[in-house]
Design a binder for this molecule. Sequence first.
Ligand SMILES: Cc1cc2nc3c(=O)[nH]c(=O)nc-3n(C[C@H](O)[C@H](O)[C@H](O)COP(=O)(O)O)c2cc1C
Length: 183
Amino acid sequence: MDALDLLLNRSSQPRLQEPAPKGEVLENIMQAALRAPDHACLTPWRFVVCTGQGLDRLGDIYQQAAKIAGKPKEDIDRAVQLPQRAPMVIVAICQYSEHPKVPRVEQIASTACAVQAMQMTALAQGFGGVWRTGGYAFDEHVKQAFSMKENDELVGFLYLGTPMTKPLAKPQRDSETFFEHWS
Ligand SMILES: Cc1cc2nc3c(=O)[nH]c(=O)nc-3n(C[C@H](O)[C@H](O)[C@H](O)COP(=O)(O)O)c2cc1C
C-alpha cells in the first residue's frame, strides 16, 4: 500500500477475525511503535500483546474490575467477552517518568503516536485494527493488574486482526474547517 494512500484513507476496522498478525508482520508493527516521536528519548512506552489465553486473562481482569465496581450482572458477564472481539489486543501503557522538559502530556502523546503507528502498520500489511479505551482503561483494578504506577496512563487497547468487512467510505472533511493559514 502506498504511504500517501494509507495516510489519506486510514480507517478503523472494528469487525476483526483470525488470523492475527504474526512473525515479521507483527515485528514490523512493534518496530513502528518504537519509532514514535519521543521528546528526550524517554521511551515512556510499554506494550502487552495479548492473544489466545492472553485475551482470556485480559477478560478476567475486566471481569474482576466489573465485580469490584459493583456493576450489574449483565456488565460482569459481558466484561470477559470484550477482548474476544479480535484475535489480538495490544495494551499500550505510558510509563510516566518525571523530566524537567517533558511533561506527562508529552509522554502520553508519544504513546498515542505509537498506537497510531501500530494501527497504520497493520493496515499497510493487509490487517485491520481499532483503538479502544472505555471505562476499563481508567479502572484502578486494571491499572493494578498491569502493575501501573499512579501517574502511568493506559492509553489504549489496540484491537488487531483480519478485517471481516470493508470499511465504509467516509465523507471527506474540509481542511478549511480545521486549518487556518498564516502566511
Ligand atoms: C484515545 C481513543 C480512544 C478510543 N476509544 C474508543 C472506544 O472505546 N470505543 C470505540 O468504539 N471507539 C473508540 N475510539 C475511536 C475509534 O478508534 C475510531 O477512531 C472511530 O471509531 C472512528 O473511526 P475511524 O478511525 O475509522 O475514523 C477511540 C479513539 C481514540 C483516539
